[in-house]
Design a protein around this ligand. Structure first.
Ligand SMILES: Nc1nc2c(ncn2[C@@H]2O[C@H](COP(=O)(O)OP(=O)(O)OP(=O)(O)O)[C@@H](O)[C@H]2O)c(=O)[nH]1
Ligand SMILES: [Mg+2]
Length: 425
């Protein structure tokens, strides 16, 4: 999490070309307004290349033909990948923005083994720095074989080819080797309408995800990682009302899946797009609240020191005031004396300097008391503001977390207690 003028939390979509990164982000985006409103949070989206691509993707999916022949435009690999601002928006309440969220949706080209060095470096750095990673999983590739739906302990015939789990595992092993910060990994089956019809099918899909990413999930469970990693599975129907029909090997030797809408004129109705969003926010807000708690403790400590300091200075001021009173009285007494006696007395006992010294000392301490009082007020305001932020976040997390699904294909595989707790509201 970047500690600049406003904290920024970063999420990256990870997966090979055509697996469904942009479509998933589009399905999540479709739920944004409703989900944030529900949690009494405002969002301030910024117009970027990615936000326009998301709108275009939604348009394509909203008007997609009954046989899904038309497809979403592949995301364009940029000459300089870091020019990609991603999809950026501020979150806050009232008119106060608390944090920024940045979703990055790279082109699948970047993840290819033969990708250009600058793409490889980009992916490596992003995976190192991003707080959360979302991995769309092509459910058809995971669940279908040449002879129909998987049975027993089978994994889909095209899982390796299309989802490239080994490639993804290698990238994350590399990025999380010496993981020092909390991270969330979401495995999100997409194009999964045909496998989410009833809880039994949905849980079967979940089991296949665990089998299809066994090596990755075992890596996540190792000692050095387990305390910093939360892992979740959230199947998202990125179009809705779609049925897998059949597969066909095309001239290029590549297998293509064919689908149709059910009913044939069904509208664009993505389902559960808000679930990965809810888990991302539940995680990030917990991480954020935890960091805020640390800075709150620090602020409270500073405030306690300042208050102690102010107490001391006030005591010193009282002493200086008494001293000033005393010197003033003595000086005034001296002033009332007959001038000759006064001049002689002043030679042995200069009450005027003593008085002005006491006055100077008093003014000095009074200035310090005013400065420290100001510091105390400012720190108190900061402590209250941070506490208010934490409270706002906790209630937002609470609202988000309430509707996080944990059954029928959805699951928290790791880090539930540590990074996805539901705060007491
Ligand atoms: N059957 C089916 N196809 C879908 C669904 N959602 C998206 N698609 C299709 O999946 C294909 C890939 O989707 P994208 O979201 O562009 O995939 P991507 O990972 O962003 O691909 P790149 O940008 O090239 O890396 C497109 O042809 C979409 O039309 C769905 O729910 N069901
Ligand atoms: Mg894309």
């Amino acid at each position: 999490m970047e500690q600049n003028q406003m904290d920024e939390l970063r999420i990256i979509m990870v997966g090979t070309s055509g697996v469904g990164k942009t479509s998933l982000l589009a399905a999540m985006h479709e739920e944004f307004n409703k989900t944030f409103k529900q949690a009494n949070l405002e969002i301030w989206p910024e117009e970027t290349r990615t936000s326009m691509a998301i709108d275009e993707c939604k348009l394509t999916l909203k008007n997609i033909d009954p046989r899904l022949k038309k497809s979403v435009a592949p995301s364009i690999p940029l000459e300089r990948p870091w020019d990609d601002e991603g999809f950026l928006f501020g979150i806050g309440s009232g008119d106060k923005k608390f944090i920024k969220l940045r979703f990055t949706d790279p082109s699948g080209e970047y993840f290819k083994p033969g990708a250009k060095p600058e793409y490889k470096q980009y992916v490596e750095k992003q995976l190192n720095d991003c707080d959360a990673v979302i991995i769309p999983v092509d459910a058809t590739a995971l669940m279908e074989t040449k002879t129909g739906k998987v049975k027993g302990t089978e994994i889909g015939t095209w899982h390796e080819e299309i989802n490239e789990p080994d490639r993804i595992t290698a990238l994350l092993k590399n990025a999380y080797e010496n993981l020092q910060h909390p991270r969330l990994v979401i495995l999100a089956p997409v194009k999964c309408e045909s496998y989410m019809r009833n809880p039994r099918d949905a849980n079967d899909l979940l089991d296949r995800v665990k089998m299809g990413y066994r090596e990755l999930l075992e890596f996540f469970k190792q000692e050095s990682l387990i305390k910093n990693l939360a892992v979740v599975v959230t199947p998202v129907q990125t179009i809705g009302n779609v049925q897998f029909a059949y597969h066909q090997v095309n001239e290029d030797g590549k297998t293509r899946f064919y689908y149709h809408k059910t009913p044939i004129n069904a509208p664009y109705a993505p389902r559960y797009g808000e679930q990965p969003l809810r888990y991302v926010l539940r995680f990030l807000l917990n991480v954020f609240a935890e960091n805020k708690k640390k800075s709150l403790e620090q602020q409270q400590e500073n405030l306690a020191i300042l208050e102690r300091d102010l107490g001391q200075k006030k005591e010193e001021l009282e002493t200086a005031e008494k001293q000033l009173e005393r010197q003033k009285e003595k000086f005034e007494q001296r002033q009332e004396m007959w001038w000759l006696f006064r001049s002689i007395a002043n030679i042995f006992d200069d009450r005027e300097s003593a008085f002005y010294e006491a006055k100077y000392e008093y003014n000095n301490i009074e200035g310090e008391v005013q400065d420290t009082s100001k510091d105390v007020r400012e720190n108190q305001a900061q402590v209250e503001a941070t506490q208010a932020q934490i409270d706002a976040f906790n209630s937002a997390i609470f609202t988000f977390a309430l509707d996080c699904k944990r059954d029928d294909g959805f699951a928290i595989l790791q880090g539930a207690a540590r990074w996805l707790p539901i705060p007491k509201n």
